[in-house]
Design a binder for this molecule. Structure first.
Ligand SMILES: [Fe+2]
Ligand SMILES: [Fe+2]
Length: 194
């Protein structure tokens, strides 16, 4: 009786709820795409280092970075799948330009910095997901942060060895095999081809 607006009020409220749900979804898609850009950058950067190190004959170091690049590919796919589930479009952009042809002494410090920055940013992205009520995406970030931490530890460890032992350490890695111990089944191999 007061103003007879109870019905539109309810609809308005429903619309507001819908809008805010849409905004929350967009906020999560946005951080997922930011993270995907970082993964796409890391993949190409690490691939460049992988064949660079292989060419310099540091096989073992090359093989490890190849495996890490594959981890980053999985992360890029995980983010894309979640973006699709939320109705968004996964980006194909890279977060930064790739630095080609780095010296062995530079690579591990560089990568350690990259992983450190990634962990920092993904922690913020995880918080954005929680603020927007998306626990599933927050957990995805949590799992991937753990994996980036393993990358960071490896890069830090090698960088430390290079700093402390320099040429002696590198001499021990020279001529080592780049075999990753993994048979990565691509499409052709899965079809029984060679
Ligand atoms: Fe990653
Ligand atoms: Fe990583």
């Amino acid at each position: 009786m007061e103003h007879g607006l109870s019905c539109p009020d309810n609809e308005e409220r429903k619309e507001m709820a819908e809008n805010s749900r849409e905004e929350r979804r967009q906020a999560v898609i946005e951080v997922l795409n930011e993270a995907r850009k970082m993964e796409l950058h890391a993949i190409v950067q690490y691939m460049n280092q992988h064949y660079g190190l292989d060419d310099m004959d540091y096989g073992e170091l090359a093989g490890k970075i190849k495996l890490i690049a594959i981890d980053e590919m999985k992360h890029a796919e995980d983010f894309a799948e979640r973006i699709k589930e939320l109705g968004g479009e996964p980006t194909t952009d890279r977060a930064a330009e790739v630095v080609p042809g780095q010296a062995v002494e530079k690579i591990f410090k560089f990568d350690s910095g990259l992983e450190d920055d990634t962990i920092d940013r993904y922690s913020k992205f995880e918080a954005v997901c929680r603020e927007n009520g998306d626990t599933i995406t927050a957990k995805l970030f949590e799992r991937i942060i753990d994996e980036e931490q393993i990358h960071l530890n490896y890069f830090d460890d090698i960088d430390d060895h290079i700093e402390k032992l320099g040429k002696n350490f590198l001499a021990r890695k020279a001529g080592t095999p780049s075999d990753t111990g993994l048979t990565i089944l691509g499409f052709v191999a899965q079809q029984g081809g060679e």
